[in-house]
Design a protein around this ligand. Structure first.
Ligand SMILES: Cc1cc2nc3c(=O)[nH]c(=O)nc-3n(C[C@H](O)[C@H](O)[C@H](O)COP(=O)(O)OP(=O)(O)OC[C@H]3O[C@@H](n4cnc5c(N)ncnc54)[C@H](O)[C@@H]3O)c2cc1C
Length: 407
């Protein structure tokens, strides 16, 4: 890569959000580079390791993957459809909520979505980006100078790169967000997520179950065959004792936590541990930098919101930029940044608040919060239009979807 190379758009970060926006922009004919450390490894052949992290993606996100040419492809055989979603109050609180089951057949639009191994998703998106002509650059962005009409990125390889507009998909510690002068609100949860997968003797019937416990949700999500992935929120002091269990002991513990619902548990993978934090950028775009994914917002893994929102960021950003380029307008203008900020804020802020409230209602000892959760769940169980609205809102968020996600 020559110093001073010019692109219409540079995407920093090769997680699912960055790669999806890069693919969409390449499909729209933009000159685009995607920069991340180790990016070339993402397209090398994959080893046959067991699945640990998965992401449940709802239908709009699946339609985006189809637009990008990666769905069904090699993704679908490794993924499982989400037909039923069950929420079980396992808190033993005085005001416990009824069990609520959502069935995709009530909407008649196929499954709610699919549970996809995260590594496989990133691998397929990286291949698609390469095939679509995205210039993949193996480097870290060190900093960014933002001047009139242009952004200049400095890389740790000493190269410099110019672009008219930058998509910051460089994760929660985003360097580009910092250099665009965007500050954040950050908060901690007294929780750590354990992510793993396991086999079981009883069928899951395409059902994901969220057991609400006093340490947070314990969520099983179906994988092909008699396998499931698990995200288990525990208190930080419980992490070491759980991780010290032998595979058999951990299998027995999981069986107990699920009340035997999936039969005997075996083949448990080593848990990945992720401390729980929340973060919201105070602006979602400024100074020629559009934030997508965890550079813009971080939410606890409840109700499968994180990457679903991030892929909407990616598709909105790509659509706004490619439309501006097509009309010979400045794709990094203050007007475009302000419109992107308004559109994404309307989607992200209420969802982040809902996830935060649900999580705090579990871990808090403040009984009015327990009561509120019980009343809300009872209403969902007994008022069919409300239940239907909740299912639709989970699958097809209010407001317009970006073109790449429409049916
Ligand atoms: C346990 C768990 C379960 C989850 N389950 C779900 C789910 O079921 N459904 C759902 O929708 N969401 C889920 N999420 C959320 C989802 O996993 C994340 O939202 C998503 O992976 C974030 O993707 P991203 O592309 O924004 O960031 P990342 O995947 O973090 O990617 C950041 C990229 O930036 C690169 N980078 C970092 N610094 C630099 C730099 N200086 N220069 C260049 N590149 C840089 C990194 O190398 C990486 O490539 C879950 C999260 C957790 C923790």
């Amino acid at each position: 890569m020559q110093n001073g190379s010019e692109f219409d758009v540079v995407v920093a970060g090769a997680g699912p959000a960055g790669l999806a926006s890069a693919c969409l922009l390449a499909q729209a004919g933009c000159r685009i580079a995607c920069i991340a450390p180790g990016i070339e490894l993402l397209t090398s052949p994959r080893s046959d390791e067991p699945v640990r992290r998965t992401v449940a993606l709802m239908q709009p996100a699946i339609r985006l993957l189809a637009t990008l040419g990666v769905w069904p492809g090699k993704l679908q055989p490794g993924s499982a459809p989400l037909e039923l979603l069950k929420i079980v109050d396992d808190t033993l609180a005085t005001f416990s909520a009824p069990t609520v089951t959502f069935s995709s057949s009530e909407l008649g639009e196929g499954p709610f979505g699919w549970n996809i191994p995260l590594d496989l998703l990133v691998h397929e998106l990286a291949h698609a980006a390469k095939a679509a002509g995205v210039t993949l650059i193996n480097a870290s962005v060190r900093g960014c100078q933002l001047g009139a009409g242009k952004a200049e990125l400095s890389l740790d390889t000493e190269a410099k790169l110019g672009a008219v507009v930058v998509i910051a998909a460089d994760g929660r510690q985003s360097v580009l967000r910092r250099d665009a002068g965007i500050s954040v609100n950050e908060w901690q949860y007294d929780q750590t997520a354990l992510a793993l997968s396991f086999s079981h003797t009883s069928a899951h019937h395409g059902m994901s179950v969220e057991y609400h416990k006093t340490s947070g949700p314990f969520t099983t999500v179906p994988l092909p065959g008699n396998k499931s992935s698990l995200v288990w929120m525990v208190r930080p002091h419980d992490v070491d004792p759980i991780c010290a269990l032998s595979e058999d002991q951990l299998a027995a513990r999981l069986q107990l936590e699920m009340h035997g619902d999936l039969g005997l548990v075996e083949d448990v993978t080593t848990p990945a541990t992720i401390p729980m934090t929340g973060m919201a950028a105070r602006k979602f775009a400024a100074n020629r930098v559009l934030l997508v994914g965890e550079a813009a917002h971080v939410v606890p893994p409840i109700g499968a919101q994180g990457l679903n929102m991030s892929l909407r960021d990616a598709a909105f950003a790509a659509e706004a930029i490619s439309d501006a380029l097509r009309l010979y307008e400045d794709p990094g203008s203050d007007k475009l940044c302000a419109a992107y900020d308004t559109a994404r804020r309307a989607d992200v802020v209420p969802r982040q608040a809902a996830v935060d409230t649900m999580n705090r209602s579990l871990i808090s000892e403040f009984f009015p919060l327990h009561l509120g959760r019980a009343v809300g769940m009872t209403a969902l169980q007994h008022i069919p239009p409300l239940k239907r609205r909740a299912m639709l809102e989970g699958m097809n968020p209010t407001g317009s979807l970006p073109r790449a996600m429409r049916g």
